[in-house]
Structures are given as C-alpha cells and as structure tokens.
Design a protein around this ligand. Structure first.
Ligand code: COA
Length: 220
C-alpha cells in the first residue's frame, strides 16, 4: 500500500489500521562532515599508526621530536569520535614559508574533501603568520597527493633524489600573497612553550614510547 492510499482512506480507517511507516529514500553515499581542529595528546597514537602505514620512510626520532616540541603544529580531522586524518605544518619564517610536512587521511574517509580542508587550513595558518608561500615535498610517484596539490594551485618547483635508494621527490609551492614577509613571525619551535614541551615529553615517555608503531624505525 502506498502512503497516498493511506491518506485517502481518511482518519477513521487510520484509527483502526496502524499507519505504515513512510519510507524516505536515503542517499547511498552520505557526505562526511569532518571537524578540523588542533590535535590532542590523545590523538598521538592514532597519528603514529597512520604515519606507520602511509609514510614508510618516516623516522621515529623525527616524529617524536615533532610531537614533543611542535605539538601545536598538528591538526586533526575528526568524523564523529574517530580520527580521520591529520596534518603537520611548520612555520619557517627564516625561509619565508609555511612547510606542509605531513598530511594523511585514513582510507575509509578519503575522497570526501578532508584533504582539501587541511590544505585550506594550511593557507589560513600561513596567512595568519604572514608567510607568503606554502611549500611541501612529495614522492614523485604519489599521484593522488600530487593531484590534490595541483588542484589547490601548487606548482612544481624542483625534483630531488633523496636517501640511499635515491627516491624521486617533487618540491611544490603555492604563492599566497605578494609583498614582504613579516620578519617578526615566529617559528614552529616557539609554538609549544617550555612547560608544554616538558609535559609532552613526559606523556610520550609514559604513554607512547614503548608502544609506538614506529619504534626502532630509522631512515637516515
Ligand atoms: C593524499 C590524501 C591526503 C588525499 O586526501 P583526501 O581526503 O582523499 O583528499 P580530498 O577528498 O580532499 O581530494 C581532493 C582532490 O584531490 C584529488 N585526489 C585525491 N585522491 C585522489 C586519488 N586517489 N586519485 C586521484 N585524485 C585524487 C582529486 O582531485 C580530489 O578531488 P575530487 O575528489 O573532487 O576528484 C590521501 O589520499 C592520503 O592520505 N594519502 C596517503 C598519505 C599521503 O600520501 N600523503 C601525502 C604525502 S606528501
């Protein structure tokens, strides 16, 4: 019976016959809504898991350094309560640029615009720090990431070969504003005050160190 025929039978019939639930078709693919915000310490293990899976050349010491000394440079994308992705971005005023060090979105959450959200946040942070460009380095064979960057207006600056295997990387940049950079802008190191760095180190030592999925991984 259709919903229309229920209505046409009128109120008397409706009181004796329970109304059938009206079925509203749901879209098969729902758009994901991700919140992007500064990462919390409770995200660190999930971040490290993603790094271990998506950055085979990442180094434990380097990650530990970044988490403990630049925790404010990590941003998280959350879908519901789940960490869907993260970005690590470092202001480098000495080079007049914002450096996009890492960006990753977990597989189930890809192609929903989270990568683009991170890139827009990166631009906003660069502008707030008066840095006139954003730079990044990407494996030359990482076509999906290169496509994301190209779509956001990044252009290839140079190609480099790095590490013992001589892997090919592209350095890409996006110019944000013309004019002089702000020479008083502060770098990534000053984003975590001294007391925060001590708390971070303690937390890493107690909660992360022995369980880190990058444990023992050295690339350089
Ligand atoms: C690269 C990455 C961050 C993209 O995240 P994402 O949330 O899926 O990206 P978005 O949904 O915002 O995609 C934006 C655009 O990028 C391009 N893109 C993203 N993934 C792509 C893919 N697999 N193939 C082709 N183009 C792709 C598309 O143009 C896409 O726009 P569209 O979906 O409208 O076509 C994600 O694939 C990832 O985490 N990869 C592993 C880690 C990594 O390689 N990081 C970069 C290291 S430098």
């Amino acid at each position: 019976m259709s919903a229309d025929s229920q209505v046409m039978r009128g109120p008397r019939a409706a009181s004796t016959t329970p109304a059938l639930p009206v079925h509203v078709a749901e879209p098969v693919v729902r758009a994901l809504s991700a919140d992007v915000e500064p990462a919390r310490m409770s995200d660190w293990m999930d971040i490290l898991q993603m790094v271990a899976r998506f950055f085979p050349h990442a180094d434990e010491l380097e990650l530990r350094y970044h988490l403990c000394n630049q925790s404010a440079c990590f941003h998280a994308a959350r879908v519901g309560g789940t960490l869907a992705g993260f970005m690590h971005i470092e202001p480098k005023p000495e080079n007049h640029l914002m450096w996009l060090n890492m960006i990753a979105v977990d597989e189930p959450f890809r192609r929903h615009g989270i990568g683009q959200k991170f890139m827009l946040l990166a631009e906003q942070l660069a502008r707030e720090a008066s840095l006139p460009r954003i730079g990044l380095r990407v494996l030359a064979e990482n076509h999906q990431a290169i496509e994301l960057y190209r779509k956001q207006g990044y252009a290839r600056v140079k190609e480099t070969r790095e590490g013992p295997a001589g892997l090919a990387y592209l350095v890409m940049e996006k110019q944000l504003v013309a004019g002089q950079p702000d020479r008083s802008a502060s770098g990534a190191e000053s984003m975590d005050p001294g007391w925060r760095r001590w708390i971070n180190r303690l937390y890493y030592l107690v909660s992360i160190g022995s369980r880190s999925p990058l444990r023992g991984r050295r690339t350089s």
